[in-house]
Design a protein around this ligand. Sequence first.
Ligand SMILES: CC(C)(COP(=O)(O)OP(=O)(O)OC[C@H]1O[C@@H](n2cnc3c(N)ncnc32)[C@H](O)[C@@H]1OP(=O)(O)O)[C@@H](O)C(=O)NCCC(=O)NCCS
Length: 175
Amino acid sequence: MYLRRLDALHLPESPAGYTIRRFIPGEERAWWHLLDDAGGLGTWDAKRAEEAFADPSGRVWKESIHFAVAEDHLVGTACVQLNARRDDLAEMGWVAVASAHRGRGLGRILCLHTLWFMRQRGFQHCFVQTRSHRAAAVKLFRDLGFQPWGAPGDGSLSAFLGALPHRARVETQEP
Ligand SMILES: CC(C)(COP(=O)(O)OP(=O)(O)OC[C@H]1O[C@@H](n2cnc3c(N)ncnc32)[C@H](O)[C@@H]1OP(=O)(O)O)[C@@H](O)C(=O)NCCC(=O)NCCS
């Protein structure tokens, strides 16, 4: 799904009892454990995480990882992935909330913080990959303004990236 414009965003308050904060170096293990426990995102281990931090077709930008925290426990996450083919385009990646904490708006606020992070770094557009059977994720992304990408060519990510106009990153002030 594609978000054509990263407009100025209003970041709402976190739901009561939760805070949103960024990744601290050394939290790699906690991050992949959260993804592993979320269900539906495959099996995660240290090796898969290292690959994700280096993958040229969707490198997880560690600095962009956001966590939802409840009483010192990490209960949700979202991040930015970067594709070496498109330095103007950010991907929202690895959005997950622990099952006991779903339905409280954490998925939405994690995505909003991640979109804000992208915008601060000059991105003007972004995308997210999901599957139509992930009803909660599809609803979440639609509500944030993402549209299904109109399958050019074979409908693959590669065809999408090839067809999408380039929109240069803009200079912004780092927060
Ligand atoms: C997708 C996910 C991150 C959403 O987290 P969350 O904290 O529950 O999200 P929110 O509370 O912000 O709610 C998102 C919306 O989806 C809705 N929703 C929840 N479950 C739903 C379902 N089964 N069908 C349709 N909509 C659903 C919620 O009602 C909410 O809409 P609302 O604001 O109008 O009430 C979470 O379900 C999850 O971790 N899923 C497993 C991993 C995954 O699929 N990640 C996405 C990969 S692309």
